[in-house]
Design a protein around this ligand. Sequence first.
Ligand SMILES: [Zn+2]
Length: 390
Amino acid sequence: MNVMQIDNVNERPYQQCSRCVMDTSAVEITFDEDGICNFCTDFLERSSHIIHEDKQAKKQRLERFVEAVKKAGKGKTYDCIVGVSGGVDSSWTLAEVKRLGLRPLAVHMDNGWNSELAQNNIANLVKGLGLDLYTHVIDWEEYRALMQAFFDADVIDVELLYDNAMLAVCYQLARKFGVNFILSGSNQATEGMRMPKAWNWYKRDVRNIKVLAKRFGGVQINTFPTHSTFDFILDEFFRRIRWISFLDYLPYNKFEALDVLERDYGYKRYPFKHYESIFTRFYQGYILPKKFGVDKRLLHLGTLVAAGQMARKDALEGLVGIPYPSKQDLDSDVSYFLKKMGWSEADLNAYIARPEVRHDVYRSERGFYEFLLRLMGPKIKQQIRQWLRR
Ligand SMILES: [Zn+2]
């Protein structure tokens, strides 16, 4: 660790956590006298009961949950919806859901940026498990225009578009088939460390999407699926459709899961997390570090270290060099991105050079959402968490 190096984002002396690998590129990071950061400390406080839960207790909790899903799904075509990206977390969710005797509808969203590897992984998995797959293909021209608006606005969370649409499609299908459970691959063991606030944006901010779309390029949203805070309230609390971090019910180890997926379903692994989409890997591997000074590997690898799934020295090795397997891979993604977006190299350089603009310079639902959270108070929030965990 070179403490004399000045972090160019925050203009404070560089420091890296001595337990995980998070560093001062996260503005709100603090360190204790042993050099341990608040990110991994909070993570372990919040998640230890899940990561280090007693085996028997975990098993019972899982059995109760599976029974509840089966009961709610009686007489219906499916008893749950599972969104699949082709990544290990969602693939493992789908395989485990099937093994436990549930009847999922697998849902995938094609936004035009899927890697061939991801397409093959999904096709092999769904076929191997004998499940139905619904693929929602997003209108590319509309999606491209929305992405362009986000680039022109210089806001950080371009992936808000994909993430919000994925939420929308899952809830839509749950409503259509009368399903009460959406089981997601999000989990504490491999991604439970809180994202630094400035690294992404509130994922249900449809107001922000619409205002950016209109302001930058006058994009009219016609077919693009959206799911707002209000939709969330209607779906979760009135229609009683629950979004569940399913892998928290299982003793989940990413590397063991990868071995089984490779052995049984011809799964092919990616060099880094979320590299199933060409845009996601270009965004995380090039745009975020270059334009916004954000390297998400710190968070992904730091979580694995704090959760005891990876040695810190291996994580540090994983942080060396550019967030790409090789310079050639990066160059090939740059070309792909330019061609697909219709940009020149000069357009990309100009975009990277422009300073960031915060999402909440424009109208946003984040304040409304935070107000709701405050309104609920800690007791109700606690209850909702328990209820979702049940
Ligand atoms: Zn730490």
